[in-house]
Design a protein around this ligand. Structure first.
Ligand SMILES: Nc1ncnc2c1ncn2[C@@H]1O[C@H](COP(=O)(O)OP(=O)(O)O)[C@@H](O)[C@H]1O
Ligand SMILES: [Mg+2]
Length: 147
């Protein structure tokens, strides 16, 4: 039997520090399998680490959906961090360098955005937060990124 070339979408729980370590490892492995270079891998793993920690600390836990993308020309990885926590009331504030609602350095969200090609936040107070990031194996994203 021939194994498929790339992993299927996967959902990983985010409920503990051990889960964070596993998420980091799985993101790096998926990116490596898709042909990301070491620098691109490290950028995505760093972003994923910050966003997964936010899901745990601020969102009260949740999960990450890891989806491989293939445009035919380029390979990418989409990560959606999902929680059903308190949500983010002021997104502009949350994205500001140095803003923390408490305890952190306030560089996770803004830093993660700079490390990926696409960054999207959907959040409703009282319902939860989903942060979706996409990175491509090439430094320049493909012309048809909406796959
Ligand atoms: N998943 C989330 N749920 C609720 N609030 C969040 C979430 N992610 C980020 N935030 C809010 O955005 C702020 C900025 O996040 P970040 O830049 O990672 O800083 P830090 O985690 O160091 O506080 C957090 O302090 C928090 O108020
Ligand atoms: Mg943070």
């Amino acid at each position: 039997m021939q194994a498929s070339r790339h992993a299927a979408p996967a959902s990983l729980p985010i409920g503990s520090d051990a889960d964070l370590a596993w998420v980091r490892q799985q993101v790096r492995q998926a990116a490596a399998e898709l042909g990301f270079g070491l620098v691109q891998q490290t950028k995505l793993v760093t972003a994923a680490s910050e966003l997964a920690r936010n899901t745990l600390v601020h969102g009260g836990g949740g999960h990450v959906m890891i989806t491989p993308l293939d445009t035919g020309q380029s390979h990418g990885l989409r990560l959606a961090f999902v929680d059903a926590g308190p949500g983010i009331r002021d997104l502009d504030q949350a994205m500001t360098d140095g803003y923390t609602s408490g305890g952190g350095l306030g560089l996770g969200m803004s830093g993660a955005k700079r490390l990926v090609h696409e960054f999207d936040v959907e959040s409703r107070p009282g319902e939860g937060t989903t942060v979706t990031v996409t990175a491509w194996a090439t430094a320049v994203p493909p012309s048809r990124p909406g796959v």
